[in-house]
Write a protein that binds this ligand. Structure first.
Ligand SMILES: [Zn+2]
Ligand SMILES: [Zn+2]
Length: 358
C-alpha cells in the first residue's frame, strides 16, 4: 500500500511549525487511538499512521530528510517509535506507560491494643504501662539490614531505580512496560552481607513496655492513636502507629451515662418524710446533699460538674443521685407501735394520695 504523505496524514501545511505539528498530532491521536475508538477496525492502522507521521515530522533532522527525499529514502520509514511512551504520555497523561516507583523502605505495621481502666482513672486521666511484643529498630545495623561495616549497594539490574523497563514491539509501535525489579524487590539497593541479628530486616521483635497517657474523660469504646508507636519499618522505614482501645470497667457505685455518673442512694422512710442532709460519695470526696422533706422515691438530685470530664472541652458531666426510699422490713415492737399510730392518724394527713382501690 502506498504511503500517504505525512503532512497530509496530520492535515497540516508543509511549513507548519513544531507547535502546529504537536497540536495536530494530539488532536488526531486522541480521535483515533484504538483504546478510545475500539469499534473502528481501521483505528489501529490510522493511529499507527498518525504516530509515524508525527515521529518523523516532530524530529527536525528526520523532517528535513523527509522533505528532501520523501518515503523513498531508505531507513526513513516507520521503524518503531523511539519515543513512543513519551508520546503516549503526552497524549494520555498517566494513562499510558506508568512507572512504578517503590519506596526503598517500608513503613511498619500499625498495632492495636486494648487497655482496661477503672472508672476513677477515666475521671482523672491516668498513665498506664502496657507490655507488648513489637518490631523495633535493630541496634546492631541501625536499621539498615546490612552487616555493620558494610552498606547497601545500588542494584545493577535496575540501576537503583527499583524498576525494570521492557520494550515490547506491538503492531502500533513499541510499548514500554515497567515492572518491579526482581533482584532488589523494587528497593533499588542490595545488601551483600545481611545483618546477622535481624536477618537483613533492619528490625527485630522485642518485648517492650509502653507508657500510655489516657485522657480524663475516656469512655469505653474510645480509640486513640499514638503516632509512631507501632512497629518499626522494614530497613529503617518509619514506624507504624499504635491504636489504643479503651475499656472502662464497671464501677460498684456508678453507672456511666454519657458524661454523667448515676448512683442510687437509699434513705429511710423517716428521712424521706422529714428531710435530711446526707453524705454522698464523689470521686473528689464526700459531699453534703440536702434532701427536702417529702422527697419521693425515684427523685433525682444533681451534683453539677461532678461527672466525667468531656474530652476536648472544659465541660464536665454531672453526678446524678437517684433516691430510693427504703421500706423497713424488720420492725421492733416499738417501731411497729409507731407505724400503727401513724396509720391511725390517717394517711390523708400525711399528704399521700390514697389508692383507688381503698
Ligand atoms: Zn540488623
Ligand atoms: Zn533492582
Amino acid at each position: 500500500m502506498a504511503k500517504r504523505d505525512y503532512y497530509e496524514v496530520l492535515g497540516i501545511d508543509r511549513d507548519a511549525t513544531e507547535k502546529d505539528i504537536k497540536r495536530a498530532y494530539r488532536h488526531l491521536a486522541r480521535r483515533h487511538h484504538p483504546d478510545v475508538n475500539g469499534t473502528d477496525p481501521d483505528a489501529e492502522r490510522k493511529f499507527k499512521e498518525i504516530a509515524e507521521a508525527y515521529e518523523v515530522l516532530s524530529d527536525n533532522e528526520k523532517r528535513h530528510q523527509y522533505d528532501a527525499f520523501g518515503h523513498t529514502k531508505s531507513g526513513m520509514g516507520f521503524d518503531g517509535f523511539g519515543a513512543f511512551d513519551d508520546l503516549f504520555g503526552m497524549v494520555f497523561g498517566d494513562f499510558g506507560a506508568r512507572s512504578q516507583t517503590r519506596a526503598t523502605t517500608e513503613r511498619g505495621s500499625d498495632l492495636i491494643c486494648d487497655i482496661s481502666i477503672e472508672l476513677e482513672d477515666a475521671y482523672r486521666g491516668v498513665e498506664k504501662n502496657i507490655n507488648l511484643k513489637k518490631a523495633l529498630k535493630c541496634e546492631e545495623c541501625n536499621g539498615t539490614g546490612a552487616e555493620p561495616g558494610t552498606s547497601p549497594i545500588e542494584c545493577l539490574l535496575c540501576n537503583g531505580s527499583g524498576v525494570i523497563r521492557t520494550t515490547q514491539r506491538t503492531f502500533f509501535g513499541n510499548l514500554v512496560k515497567t515492572h518491579t525489579c526482581n533482584r532488589c524487590g523494587g528497593r533499588g539497593k542490595i545488601i551483600s552481607s545481611v545483618c546477622k541479628v535481624c536477618d537483613g530486616e533492619g528490625r527485630i521483635k522485642k518485648d517492650c513496655s509502653i507508657s500510655i497517657k489516657i485522657p480524663a474523660g475516656a469512655t469505653s469504646g474510645l480509640r486513640f492513636k499514638i503516632n509512631g508507636q507501632g512497629e518499626a519499618g522494614f530497613r529503617g522505614g518509619p514506624f507504624g502507629d499504635l491504636f489504643v482501645d479503651v475499656y472502662v470497667q464497671p464501677h460498684s457505685i456508678f453507672e456511666v451515662r454519657g458524661n454523667d455518673l448515676m448512683c442510687d442512694f437509699a434513705i429511710s422512710f423517716s428521712q424521706a418524710a422529714l428531710g435530711a442532709t446526707i453524705d454522698i460519695f464523689t470521686f473528689d470526696g464526700d459531699e453534703k446533699l440536702k434532701i427536702p422533706p417529702g422527697t419521693q422515691g425515684g427523685t433525682i438530685f444533681n451534683l453539677r460538674g461532678k461527672g466525667l470530664p468531656c474530652l476536648n472541652s472544659r465541660r464536665r458531666g454531672d453526678q446524678l443521685i437517684r433516691i430510693l426510699v427504703a421500706t423497713p422490713t424488720k420492725l421492733s415492737a416499738a417501731q411497729k407501735e409507731l407505724f400503727k399510730r401513724l396509720d391511725e392518724i390517717g394517711e390523708e394527713n400525711l399528704g399521700i394520695k390514697k389508692r383507688l382501690s381503698d
